[in-house]
Design a protein around this ligand. Structure first.
Ligand SMILES: CC(C)(COP(=O)(O)OP(=O)(O)OC[C@H]1O[C@@H](n2cnc3c(N)ncnc32)[C@H](O)[C@@H]1OP(=O)(O)O)[C@@H](O)C(=O)NCCC(=O)NCCS
Length: 180
């Protein structure tokens, strides 16, 4: 049962206030080692799902919605970015509820797959994501500078969950943009 005292909010990136942006930055930098001093790692996501305890931000996941190419087949993909929950609020199901809500979004948007890049697969495996070993092609970005296009297999990173009728397949996953 989700904790009824937590309020979940789906917000478009362009709608986020300066105060909320600062809250997101604080949560991200306290959740991930070496996170840059801003509210995103490489690029702004399209939307965020936020978990609030009164006015205190306790959970976050960014969402990217884009076309990708899987072994030459075009697929519609919802990507989860920087899932994190305040350390004092962990193990109460907030991370799971954020993933449930990403899935609702993916279903409503007629997506083919959800994907994440994660070395620790525990919470995603519980939600039905599977590991994949496809080589990936993506736009390399570093500190707001485009460096070129990379193509390689990133060990223990890519996970997917099928949403639509298309089956996952082997071959290159072309991200048609940056890697989150
Ligand atoms: C991963 C994380 C978001 C889970 O949030 P949560 O609210 O505690 O999630 P839930 O209560 O729904 O589920 C907890 C389960 O997540 C799993 N989990 C714990 N840490 C995890 C991690 N770093 N990555 C993936 N799964 C993790 C465990 O199976 C845990 O079960 P347990 O509490 O019985 O040990 C939270 O631990 C976190 O913010 N970690 C730091 C940031 C991070 O590593 N994010 C993952 C990026 S890919």
């Amino acid at each position: 049962m989700p904790d009824q005292s937590i309020h979940y909010e789906l917000v478009g990136e362009h709608e986020i206030s300066q105060k909320t942006r600062a809250d997101i930055q604080s949560l991200l930098t306290s959740s991930f080692d070496n996170y840059p001093s801003r509210s995103y790692y490489k690029q702004l996501p399209h939307q965020r799902l936020l978990a609030w305890s009164n006015d205190y931000l306790v959970g976050h996941i960014g969402m990217d919605y884009r076309m990708m190419s899987l072994s030459g087949i075009s697929i519609r993909v919802v990507g989860g970015i920087d899932l994190c929950v305040r350390s004092s609020s962990r193990s109460h199901g907030i991370g799971s509820e954020l993933l449930n809500r990403v899935e609702t979004f993916a279903l409503r948007s007629n997506s083919d797959f959800q994907i994440v890049f994660a070395d620790d697969d525990r919470i995603y495996a519980k939600h039905g994501y599977q590991r994949a070993d496809n080589p990936c092609r993506w736009l390399k970005i570093n500190e707001h500078t485009t460096l070129g296009v990379a193509e390689e297999l990133i060990p223990d990173a890519l996970m997917y969950k099928r949403i639509g009728a298309t089956n996952w397949r082997s071959g290159v996953l072309d991200l048609l943009g940056y890697l989150y």
